[in-house]
Design a protein around this ligand. Structure first.
Ligand code: MRU
Length: 348
């Protein structure tokens, strides 16, 4: 199932808040609708947030009827700002917005620019899809026959387009006839693991068992896990990784128990402008996402709750980062720039 499809005058998205109970597609035809869908996490996962935002700008551009290029670009940059306010952690969002604004700054009249923005959004989409193919193939080399892999949140096709990053590696390992099994953490508070990873892996026929986040240590410590494999929302220049809240705890558990901890992410998720993870903005979401589960209260009325949506795993816990351009290991501060300077194998 494609998380985002360009329709020519809008996009169709799978409403990921309604999975796995209902498979509902929504048609979005304005930049405002796209921004709301990203903010409400109807579309989610770092690469797909970038793809949706790019189409959002292309759709926004079509609605602008400015008298001259200067006011056209001013209107477009207001739309870009609206999109930039939706979700601060995934760097793919900001890279996609910057790319779209650069494309808009190219020559030509408004009609030419509008057409070039659609082409640029489609290029971003195609590059992200291709990147997942490379990541899946490269990452599968790390997965030994007979492995049990623990994963957190959802880094599958729904989050990326294409094959997925962490789940793409798992799906590719299965296609190579490796006997693998997966432990999927439920991923509180919004249950992307229980709802989306379970849905995707069960559809692929991959043996997967759902556990609560708090069970991870038990299974890792018993020797039931051969490696941990997760996605990323932003990777700093030193290899520090921001990913779904709970990833850091999983990485520490993996290290304590001598289990490799792998991150799979496209090079578009690397942010060389940040020297370390200390500078990564952490999205703070509404407390009621913690105090309610599907509308039902699980805490006393008025209970205060914290809801940071991501955490940062220091690079020393990361055994390898699988990108579309190669598998990186320490010292990330030199291997990351080296791989980024390498020509893309995906066209990205
Ligand atoms: O808040 P979400 O559901 O958008 O968070 C998603 C994750 O943390 C994923 O692991 C990450 O975006 C990688 S997606 C390939």
């Amino acid at each position: 199932m494609e998380p985002v499809v360009w329709l020519g005058d809008g996009i169709e998205i799978v409403d990921q808040t309604r999975l796995p109970w209902e498979e509902v597609c929504l048609r979005l035809s304005t930049c405002q609708e796209v921004a709301a869908a990203i903010n409400e996490m109807r579309v989610r996962g770092a690469p797909v947030i970038g793809i949706a935002a790019a189409y959002g700008i292309a759709l926004g551009a079509r609605s602008i009827e400015a008298p001259d290029k200067e006011s056209f670009l001013a209107d477009l940059s207001r739309m870009a700002e609206m999109l930039a306010c939706t979700r601060p952690t995934a760097v793919n969002l900001f890279k996609a917005i910057d790319r779209m604004l650069s494309a808009a700054g190219g020559g030509g009249d408004a009609a030419t620019i509008k057409a070039s923005l659609v082409a640029e959004a489609e290029a971003i989409h195609a590059e992200e899809r291709a990147a997942t193919r490379s990541i899946s193939r490269l990452g599968a080399e790390l997965i030994r026959d007979g492995s049990t892999i623990i994963t957190h949140c959802n880094a599958g096709p729904l989050a990326t387009g294409g094959y997925g990053t962490a789940l793409g590696v798992i799906i590719e390992a299965k296609r190579q006839d490796k006997a693998i099994a997966v432990l999927a953490t439920e991923t509180r508070p919004l249950l992307q693991g229980a709802r989306l990873t379970m849905w995707e892996l069960m559809r692929e026929g991959i043996p997967v068992t759902l556990i609560t986040d708090s069970m991870a240590g038990h299974f890792i410590n018993r020797g039931d896990v051969d490696c941990a494999l997760v996605g990323a929302d932003r990777i700093a220049a030193n290899g520090d990784v921001a990913n779904k809240i709970g990833t850091y705890a999983l990485a520490v558990l993996a290290r304590e128990n001598g289990v490799p901890f792998y991150v799979a992410a496209p090079t578009s998720t690397i942010d060389l402008s940040l020297a370390s993870g200390d500078g990564i903005p952490i999205e703070q979401r509404r407390p009621d996402e913690v105090t309610l589960i599907r509308g039902m209260s699980i805490a006393p009325q008025g209970a205060p709750a914290a809801n940071p949506a991501f955490d940062v795993t220091p690079h020393r816990y990361v055994s390898a980062i699988v990108t579309d351009r190669g598998i990186l290991r320490e010292p990330y501060v030199s291997t990351i720039p080296r791989v980024l300077s390498r020509a893309s194998t995906t066209g990205g």
